[in-house]
Design a binder for this molecule. Structure first.
Ligand SMILES: CC(C)(COP(=O)(O)OP(=O)(O)OC[C@H]1O[C@@H](n2cnc3c(N)ncnc32)[C@H](O)[C@@H]1OP(=O)(O)O)[C@@H](O)C(=O)NCCC(=O)NCCS
Length: 164
């Protein structure tokens, strides 16, 4: 396993990093390699999706290792509107398999929640119905399942309003 320590990881926005969507394709494909049913089917589809994410975010935060290589990212969108109502959306969240379980994913996720909290009092994301790790993580975080579409479950986090 690479020696990358959590304190050597840098967190930058897509805009600050100058990274192009195609540079994130290998990371994205490897992140879903063990759950291909929930990822894009091919690198070409992944590129289209990443370009879509580039056009639909208010926070696109990337974790870089000490050499500046992208090892994870989160994409949050405070402007997304769907028929399920308004709410801040987390569109995507991945960490490369060899860098997992070091807190990098949690840091990215927390930053996305803090970003969306400025605009919304609820956060929405979709996860694969058989993604048990996702279910445990979102339940512990305070999300509850609120609906389904095909093989996807919609998870919602109601944020506490600060007391007046
Ligand atoms: C989800 C993911 C980004 C977590 O990255 P990470 O760097 O390992 O996260 P952390 O080290 O901060 O760990 C936080 C917790 O994430 C949870 N987790 C693991 N896989 C998860 C998943 N697919 N979805 C949600 N949470 C997950 C675990 O509870 C983990 O705790 P653990 O290390 O004790 O197992 C990473 O597992 C991943 O890229 N998975 C594949 C893509 C994916 O499923 N994204 C979410 C789509 S809904």
């Amino acid at each position: 396993m690479p020696e990358t320590k959590q304190d050597k990881v840098r967190y930058v926005t897509l805009e600050e990093s100058g990274i192009a969507p195609q540079q994130l394709v290998p990371l994205y494909m490897e992140a879903y390699a063990d759950m291909p049913e929930y990822g894009e089917p091919s690198p070409e589809d992944a590129l289209r999706y990443l370009q879509w994410l580039k056009d639909h975010h208010t926070l696109f935060e990337i974790a870089l290792d000490e050499k500046g290589k992208p090892i994870g990212f989160v994409v949050a969108d405070a402007n997304w509107f769907s028929r399920f109502g308004r709410g801040g959306h987390i569109h995507e969240w991945v960490v490369h398999p060899v860098y997992r379980h070091k807190g990098i994913g949690k840091k990215l996720f927390d930053d996305a929640v803090e970003h969306l909290r400025q605009f919304h009092d609820r956060i929405i994301l979709w996860a694969g119905e058989h993604n048990d790790r996702a279910r445990r993580f979102y339940e512990q975080y305070g999300f509850h399942p609120e609906g389904r579409y095909k093989q996807w479950v919609r998870w919602v986090l109601e944020l506490q309003k600060p007391p007046k």
